[in-house]
Design a protein around this ligand. Structure first.
Ligand code: OGA
Ligand code: MN
Length: 207
């Protein structure tokens, strides 16, 4: 069992979401969990990862001009994935208690950006679609250097740059999915992350 996120850290995240709509933190996930996630990613890398598609349903297609990462969805049955998912579950409950966000479930995938890969500026949820509410991106790159590229850029709704996040091991970015356009700059080194989305239940929103 992974140790719980402290109430103080949950307060910090909730306050940041209320004040700014996003939070950047670096010591919420224990190192041994991050290392296990990275090892698993590296072990699976050549077998299980597929080029990510964009769009939904029948309109899904791979478009390497927009995004060129390869992804693999986390598996609730997997021992290593379970450790990460249990931390996200604590986050879900903690935020629901504080902010009444009604976060219902969480989907997430590993993403590998090989040298040269990027993800053009996009928003994770269409306004009013009430599906993806809160985005998380967790980075798994030990010893990332300033000139390695692959920064996550976060913009406001007027496309003003707010943050340039280095994808450093242990950094967790959390932001409201509808509100922040963001992009991944081309990376010079292999760049690993786990992107995830807390969603609300359509059933409880009358769909
Ligand atoms: C995404 C995304 C950012 C990252 O998958 O939607 O924006 O750093 N990922 O992996
Ligand atoms: Mn995104």
């Amino acid at each position: 069992m992974v140790s719980p996120i402290s109430e103080a850290v949950l307060d910090v995240i909730a306050d940041a979401l209320v004040d700014k709509g996003y939070s950047l933190l670096s010591d919420i996930i224990p190192d041994y969990v991050s290392l296990a996630l990275l090892e698993k990613m590296q072990a699976k890398h050549d077998i299980d990862f597929k080029y990510a598609a964009i769009g939904r349903g029948i309109e899904q297609q791979v478009n390497a001009e927009i995004r060129s990462d390869k992804i693999s969805w986390l598996d609730k049955q997997d021992h290593t994935d379970k450790a990460y998912l249990s931390i996200m579950e604590q986050l879900r409950e903690g935020l629901n208690r504080r902010l009444f966000m009604g976060l219902f479930d969480y989907e997430s995938h590993y993403a590998v950006y090989e040298p040269g890969a990027h993800y053009k500026k996009h928003v994770d949820a269409l306004k009013g679609s009430q599906n993806r509410i809160l985005t998380t991106v967790f980075f798994l790159n030990p010893h990332w250097q300033l000139d390695d590229g692959g920064e996550l850029l976060i913009y406001d709704e007027f496309d003003i740059l707010l943050e340039m996040v280095q994808p450093q091991m242990g950094t967790l970015a959390i932001f409201l999915s509808e509100r922040f356009p963001h992009e991944v700059l081309p990376t010079l080194k292999t760049r690993n992350s786990i992107a995830g989305w807390f969603r609300v239940s359509h059933a409880t929103h009358g769909f």
